[in-house]
Design a protein around this ligand. Structure first.
Ligand SMILES: [Fe+2]
Ligand SMILES: [Fe+2]
Length: 274
């Protein structure tokens, strides 16, 4: 399927690929992004191995993958960067990732593939040159990963929010921008209650994000949130949300007594006799 064109002018393009893992069925829908400015380009949150071939082909229709300048990872989860080995082979791009993950990411690759190719971003973030512009790497630690960045594109005014603002939907639904935040919150709440770390962090992030001029919030799963009313509605909702450690108490830390459904003793015994 063709990517969603989030933004285009003559020098700058933002594309969203939404349906690379759909066929596998068991993996959560994920979005990957290509940002091109003048003669340079970056892939944001390139993803896992499931959709790698298709994504590489899809990107190749818009920019030569071997010329990519950066692979930029919001954090180090499997759906963000498990395909790193293949990207390191197919391109000459630098990996841009939190310093927290800088020495863990090479575990995704064969020996030596990341040598001299990792730009570790300090906790404070920074502005990364791309073509004639800069991508802003905004601190988003603990939303949900310990070392986590969001990406603000000052040309398109898009804020790429990784796992914040996520909705668990199909690839087709991910293509449809959300303007009615009240209707959308039920699709987001369960994920944010479990995957975000605490209300304190959400409030700190909202205080920072409200200072930006934002055309859309684009998460790494599900649909973009578009327009001032929906974006402000998202801020109003998320800064009040109780989540993560706010919701855990001693009941969540008890010695378990129920069984995890696994192989039964009988199956194990019969296998032994084969
Ligand atoms: Fe994640
Ligand atoms: Fe994710």
């Amino acid at each position: 399927m063709t990517p969603v064109e989030l933004f285009r002018n003559k020098d700058h393009v933002c594309l969203m690929f939404t349906d690379m893992v759909e066929e596998a069925g068991v993996a959560v829908q994920s979005n990957q992004f290509l940002v091109v400015d003048h003669d340079q380009a970056a892939v944001l949150d390139p993803g896992g191995n499931l959709g790698f071939n298709e994504l590489l082909l899809g990107i190749g229709r818009h920019y030569p993958p071997q010329d990519l300048t950066y692979l930029i990872a919001s954090h180090a989860d499997p759906d963000i960067i498990a395909s790193l080995d293949r990207w390191m082979t197919a391109t000459k791009a630098q990996l841009v990732i939190s310093k927290v993950w800088e020495r863990f990411a090479p575990h995704f690759t064969k020996n030596g593939k990341t040598d001299g190719r990792v730009i570790g971003v300090p906790d404070a973030g920074g502005r990364l040159p791309l073509g004639d512009t800069e991508l802003w790497l905004l601190p988003a630690h603990f939303l949900h990963s310990e070392g986590n960045f969001h990406f603000y594109d000052p040309v398109s005014k898009i804020l790429f929010t990784g796992d914040l603002g996520v909705s668990i939907v199909s690839g087709e639904m991910a293509r449809t921008p959300v303007r009615d935040i009240a209707k959308h919150i039920p699709r987001m709440v369960g994920f944010h209650e479990r995957y975000m770390v605490s209300n304190k962090i959400l409030r700190l992030w909202v205080n920072m994000a409200r200072q930006l001029e934002i055309s859309m919030l684009v998460p790494q799963h599900g649909a973009p949130i578009v327009g001032t009313a929906a974006i402000n509605g998202f801020f109003d909702w998320i800064e009040k949300l109780q989540c993560g450690v706010d919701l855990f108490d001693q009941r969540g830390y008890m010695i378990p007594t129920s069984q995890v459904a696994g192989l039964t003793g009988r199956v194990l015994a019969s296998r032994k006799t084969v």
